[in-house]
Design a protein around this ligand. Structure first.
Ligand code: ATP
Ligand code: MG
Length: 398
């Protein structure tokens, strides 16, 4: 949590609460906790006081008396904590109905210090930042409770933590291997062993380089810093070029690689370099997850969306309408179980490392998805375990 960014709005809110409080005629100090109308009621009176302002900010504000009774609260507090709109004068517990929240506020009242906590609303899957600030006015003690919706921030924090954990995990294996290999080479093993190890070192360096390049690429694409250079290209040519590059790899495993694309398909309006990257990622996976002697086929069809054909590869229901070229990369490999299908496009998601013949970092499909969507298209997958997988994606016609 960036506490520095918290300071300016906190000062603003406390100033507003103070102004709001000062603007009111309150009972003398010896009387019990004052009960004030909920701030929103002032709006109906066209009364432009501090409480109007509090109802227009998206931070929940509650003013709690030293005995735990809630004196008043604003509209954002009603929304964030699901409070009844005019139930001031009740205890925190009877309003919020949560022990954790109640204990936190009571603790702050007793200790008269600044306190902050993250509070998860399970029913709404929302994370709130609750802050308490003591306040004294005319010898009466109050606590201002501020409530902010920080769900988005906590999701970003979690994504960043996951990312750091995944990257360090991916770095650890090649680094450990490099350390071991180089230590062995230092002991001057026989030349043929040293040569083999030097080759392994070079391969591990390639793995690390690929990881760093993929991460760099993905972060640039995600940040929208990759400008696509669109121009018309025949689908047949794009696919042939990708096949040429994957062919040696497929041949070394006796996997056949073929396409069924006819020459009269309209051109697609794409960044050819990026389409190469999409096709290579998909075809590389197809080779990696297909046992020797398998087959890989690449198809392309012209489709119109809304799609009315009986083809099994129906595009997602919310696909943009119009004319698209649908590309499919189909293999006869190990397949992907249903429960993983939705997740394979996530960064670092790998179904089962043991099933593959090559290592990977789990970034290829995340990059492919961003690139397809950058062209306005969509990518999806269908698969049957033990039979094979088809990745399908759409690109716009020129
Ligand atoms: P990278 O592409 O970064 O080298 P990767 O190939 O493991 O690593 P992705 O391409 O993102 O990562 O694929 C994610 C996961 O989806 C793979 O690890 C694999 O489990 C599964 N997967 C992808 N393509 C296929 C396929 N054709 N057949 C079976 N499983 C696949
Ligand atoms: Mg891959």
């Amino acid at each position: 949590m960036d506490m520095l960014s918290f300071v300016p709005w906190l000062i603003t809110v406390i100033t507003l609460v103070g102004a709001w409080w000062w603007g009111r005629h309150r009972p003398p100090p010896h009387t019990p906790a004052p009960t004030m109308p909920v701030a929103s009621s002032a709006i109906s009176q066209h009364d432009a006081r501090g409480d109007d302002v509090l109802d227009y900010i998206d931070i929940g504000v509650l003013l709690v008396h030293a005995d735990g009774v809630v004196v008043t609260y604003n509209r954002a507090a009603v929304e964030l904590l699901e409070l009844p709109p005019h139930a001031h004068g009740q205890s925190i517990m009877s309003l919020v109905r949560d022990h954790q929240f109640d204990e936190f506020v009571r603790h702050s009242i007793t200790h008269r210090e600044y306190h902050d906590m993250r509070y998860t609303q399970r029913n709404l899957a929302r994370t709130l930042q609750i802050s308490t600030r003591p306040m004294t006015h005319q010898h009466l003690e109050y606590t201002v409770v501020l409530v902010r919706d920080v769900t988005h921030i906590s999701q970003l924090e979690r994504a960043r933590r996951d990312m750091v954990a995944s990257v360090s995990h991916e770095l650890r294996t090649p680094l450990a291997s490099l350390k071991l290999l180089s230590e062995t080479i230092i002991t001057s093993p026989p030349p043929e062993i040293a040569h083999r190890m030097a080759r392994r070192i070079s391969e591990e360096v390639d793995t690390l380089t690929r990881l760093v390049n993929d991460l760099h690429d993905l972060s640039r694409i995600e940040a929208g810093r990759v400008a696509l250079q669109m121009s018309p290209h025949p689908p047949l040519r794009l696919v042939e070029r990708a096949i040429e590059r994957i062919q040696p790899q497929a041949e070394s495993h006796h996997i056949t690689l073929a396409h069924t694309i006819v020459n009269d398909l309209p051109d697609v309006l794409v960044d050819a370099g990026r389409v190469d990257q999409i096709l290579l990622n998909l075809m590389h996976n197809a080779v990696k997850f297909t046992p020797d002697q398998g087959h890989i086929t690449i198809d392309a069809h012209l489709i119109n969306i809304p799609y009315e054909g009986a083809y099994t590869l129906t595009p997602p229901a919310d696909h943009a309408t119009g004319e698209w070229v649908l590309f499919c990369v189909t293999d006869t490999g190990v397949g992907i179980a249903k429960e993983h299908l939705d997740r394979v496009f996530e960064r670092f998601y790998k179904v089962d490392q043991a099933r593959t013949r090559g290592s990977g970092t789990g970034l290829g499909l995340a990059i492919a998805r961003h690139l397809v969507e950058g062209h306005g298209g969509r990518i999806w997958v269908i698969s049957t375990v033990g039979q094979g997988t088809t990745f399908a994606f759409t690109l716009p016609t020129a």
